[in-house]
Design a protein around this ligand. Structure first.
Ligand code: GLY
Length: 434
């Protein structure tokens, strides 16, 4: 098969690596990619869907795999399918599960998925009236995509009103915050559940947890994710199946019943509350850095799996997951997430096959002298695989600590405590910037 992969992060490097292991792969192309996928990168304007469709025709592409949510919400999968190109990723209508929080809450209600009480508002007066009825704490969310910044978790009523007014009265996130969703704040441990669907069949892959805060102990600013691990200790196969029956199967059935079948990765963000598991949000793609721990645990052919999902034949594929654990630690550029340094020189130790460690590139590029350097906030995602979480973390941190130590002028950092709720290891020496 000839495959085009769209995206440029650690997630896409992880997808590329899994595709490259497939005996069914003839050629891989990545747009735009990063330094980790340099051998496969093609110069293609991925926001220009006409150009992508034309390029696929010119290059006899059999399958397009879309990594990030934005092109999916903007309809790239519809354009490709209309042109006869198989695409792994949901239609714009199905991607509304991530693209519109009000859609997602209303849909989840319609199929009886457990979730917090919520309200959708287009005026601050109505939103504040709901706030006064329900009381703090509530979470304030911009309805549309806001580059991961559209969720505010205020503590006091004043902060909540400010967040509502910033979004609805001051258009803080433009069109994305012309509607806001207010939700009762939930408490408990967060957990993500990943499934793949062809629109009717759904295959559960694994549970994972990520660490969104920049600092050790889950402190500091929110980020795209500073590390992740899978599976989540304590969630056995029976519990995972129970969660899939509550949060994945009814969603796939409901989307099919609505005439908008969901094809791709359904990523359910959950909160394990004292009253049982509740939906935090749906996403319509692999998480990043969750992809960097889930994909390496898939023993079966990932290309066969994604192609089967894209072509409605998932019931003919068996997915075999590793019994081990994976942990990934993000190496970030100093200053992330506000103003990461650019151009930090990178020295990477060798991580040969069999070492149990893979370095996935995220914000990397080859500079003028062709040397490897950082080009974004999250620079690398270093994944260790082991018999259990501790072994996976130990392997990852041995490499992370070497990369951070080798960076000049303390240009890189990593959280030292990924997996802290479940791991027995002591924190690494990398330190953090909190
Ligand atoms: N790591 C969280 C996300 O990808 O949404």
């Amino acid at each position: 098969m000839r495959v085009l992969l769209i995206g440029s992060g650690g997630r896409e490097h992880a997808i590329a690596r899994s595709l490259l292991r497939s005996s069914q792969l003839d050629s891989l192309f990545v747009a735009p990619g990063n330094a980790g996928t340099a051998a496969f990168n093609v110069d293609l304007a991925v926001d220009d869907h006409d150009a992508v469709v034309a390029w696929c025709a010119d290059n006899s592409i059999d399958l397009v795999v879309v990594g990030p949510e934005v092109p999916l919400v903007n309809g790239i999968a519809d354009r490709l399918r209309d042109a006869g190109v198989a695409c792994f990723g949901p239609s714009a209508a199905a991607a509304q599960l991530e693209g519109s929080k009000s859609f997602s809450r209303a849909f989840a209600d319609s199929v009886a998925i457990p979730q917090p009480k919520s309200g959708t508002f287009t005026t601050s007066a109505a939103a504040i009236a709901w706030l006064d009825e329900v009381g703090v704490p509530v979470v304030v969310k911009a309805d549309g995509l806001a580059a991961g910044k559209g969720v505010v978790i205020p503590e006091t009523r004043d902060e909540t009103e400010q967040a509502i007014r910033a979004m609805l009265d001051d258009a803080q996130f433009g069109e994305a915050s012309s509607t806001v969703v207010l939700e009762e704040r939930m408490h408990g441990e967060e957990l993500s559940l990943f499934g793949i669907s062809d629109g009717t069949t759904v295959v559960t892959l694994a549970t994972a947890q990520d660490h969104k805060r920049v600092g050790d102990g889950d402190t500091g600013l929110n980020t795209g994710g500073m590390g992740a691990f899978a599976p989540v200790p304590g969630i056995d196969a029976d519990r995972q199946a129970e969660l899939a029956d509550i949060f994945l199967a009814p969603a796939i059935q409901g989307m099919a019943d609505a005439g908008t079948p969901f094809v791709g990765v359904l990523f359910a963000g959950l909160m394990l509350t004292d009253d049982g598991p509740r939906l935090v949000e749906y996403n319509c793609r692999f998480g990043d850095p969750e992809a960097e721990v889930i994909l390496p645990l898939i023993n079966s052919d990932v290309l066969e799996l994604l192609h089967a999902a894209a072509t409605g034949t998932l019931d003919q594929v068996t997915v075999e997951m590793s019994t081990g654990s994976a942990a990934t630690v993000v190496v970030a550029a100093t200053g992330y997430p506000q103003s990461p340094r650019k151009g930090v020189p990178l020295t990477l130790p060798a991580t040969p096959d069999g070492s149990g460690v893979t370095i996935f590139h995220a914000g990397t590029k080859h500079g003028d002298d062709n040397a490897l350097e950082s080009s974004g906030g999250r620079v690398l995602s270093v994944t260790g695989i082991g018999e259990d979480l501790d072994e996976a973390l130990t392997r990852s941190y041995a490499v992370v600590d070497a990369i951070v130590a080798a960076a000049p002028d303390q240009g890189l950092f990593a959280r030292s405590d990924i997996g802290w709720r479940h791991a027995r290891r002591t924190p690494s020496t990398s330190g953090d910037q909190s």
